[in-house]
Design a protein around this ligand. Structure first.
Ligand SMILES: [Zn+2]
Ligand SMILES: [Zn+2]
Length: 409
């Protein structure tokens, strides 16, 4: 950073003030990037001390032709922000501002008239000074990366918009019933507005894991809305058992950020009752949501299979043995071909074993790479998955129930 009090800067300051009436904040700000650790009004004082007495007249803030009194309103703005944030719990904040266009225009005019290279934009001074004042009033601190509340102050209209950071809570969920989707499923006819098809609910399914689990969390945080982020999802007719699936509940515009997570967990589980559950709640962040969405954990499934005729146990075990640690090619299954691009995916079956066999019905445990289509691994999907259990055994095989019993994260 360059030096503030130089002959050149003193001469420039004098020259500006010969033709412009500026308050000390504004003349100081014209040299705002020179010298370290000063406020802009302080900069003006230092330059004035070095100038011949009386050569740098000082306009009262209210008569400043540049800011038109704006920099005398720091207290007022800080108080507006405090009021705006009432009812929200926050430990950190960030102040941004939009300054009257006429002020920005006069500032730009002076900067270019005198070819100033170290001027600080008025917006920066307002942000910093209001932030400092807000800290003095509330004891809460500025955070440039991850503030609980971000204020956007429009100085022309005394208008303030707030962006309240979401509260993220991580957990592992289980799903105990076969007829609910993981997330809210808007009606495909009305897209959520409500119509005859969906009985005016706007939804295709009356509830979801998302709704069952987030309702109590929304209440606890007094949140306005929510999003549910799962590490993948199971089919709507599949149970999610075992150790549960990692997920993050995102609570939007929360008024309360400090929650009793143990109590919340109990409350959620009572509410979701026999349909879904969650455990291991802890605070999380946006970064973990990205990670959870990109995660490709192997999963272990319990597949209940029916063969087209009774199957020989030795032959079945040979087929399962042939699939173990085997790479398979899966062309996009016919059942999802309408929404996924048609291509061949190569996946690895890590383990597959027979748990029980009763005539034409078998229970089979499969551990496979993320993205493996288990139903098609069993059925062969008319030859689209190669090899398959059905193909190896030589008779038809269909999965009639498929549950996730472990996420191997
Ligand atoms: Zn001013
Ligand atoms: Zn509808």
């Amino acid at each position: 950073m360059s030096e503030l009090v130089t002959d050149e800067n003193v001469a420039l300051a004098k020259k500006i003030l010969e033709t412009h009436r500026l308050c000390d904040h504004c003349i100081g700000r014209m040299f705002g990037k020179a010298g370290h650790g000063y406020g802009n009004a302080e900069r003006a004082g230092l330059l004035r001390d070095a100038a011949p007495p009386g050569s740098m007249p000082k306009a009262p803030i209210g008569e400043c032709e540049l800011c038109d009194g704006l920099l005398g309103e720091i207290d007022h703005f800080a108080n507006l922000l405090v009021k705006k944030a009432e009812g929200y719990e926050y430990a950190t904040f960030l102040v941004g501002s939009k300054i009257d266009e006429s002020i920005v225009a006069s500032e730009n005019a002076i900067v270019s008239e005198f070819g100033l290279t170290e001027a600080e934009p008025v917006r920066m001074e307002v942000n910093r000074e209001v932030g400092k004042r807000l800290f003095e009033i509330t004891g809460k601190e500025t955070d440039f990366d991850n503030a609980d509340i971000t204020f956007l102050l429009d100085t022309a209209y005394d208008e303030i918009k707030t962006d309240v950071r979401s509260l993220y809570i991580w957990g592992r969920y289980r799903k105990y019933v076969r007829d609910i989707p993981q997330t809210k499923w808007p009606c495909t006819v009305c897209r959520g507005r409500g119509c005859a098809r969906c009985g005016n609910t706007g939804k295709l399914h009356p509830t979801s894991v998302e709704e069952l689990l987030t309702a109590k969390a929304m209440d606890a945080a007094c949140a306005q809305d929510e999003s549910f982020h799962g590490a993948g999802r199971e089919d709507i007719d599949a149970l999610m058992l075992g150790n549960g699936r990692p997920c993050v509940m995102e609570l939007k515009r929360p008024r309360i950020r400090t929650l009793d997570l143990a109590k919340l967990e109990t409350g959620i589980n009572e509410h979701a009752a026999s349909r879904a559950g969650i455990c291991g709640l802890r605070y999380s962040d946006k970064k973990e949501v990205v990670g959870i969405k990109d995660a490709d954990y192997t999963k272990t499934y319990l597949a209940r299979v029916v063969f087209s005729s009774p199957v020989n146990e030795r032959k079945l075990n040979e087929a399962l043995h042939a699939l173990r640690a085997r790479t398979i090619d899966q062309r996009t299954p016919s059942r999802v071909a309408h929404r996924r691009s048609d291509l061949v995916r190569r996946r690895t079956v890590l383990d597959i074993a027979l748990l029980s066999l009763d005539g034409e019905k078998a229970e089979i445990e499969v551990t496979a790479e993320s993205g493996t289509y288990i139903k098609e691994l069993i059925s062969g999907d008319g030859g689209r998955t190669q090899p398959s259990l059905s193909g190896l055994v030589g008779i038809g095989a269909t999965v009639y129930e498929l549950d996730v019993i472990a996420i191997n994260d």
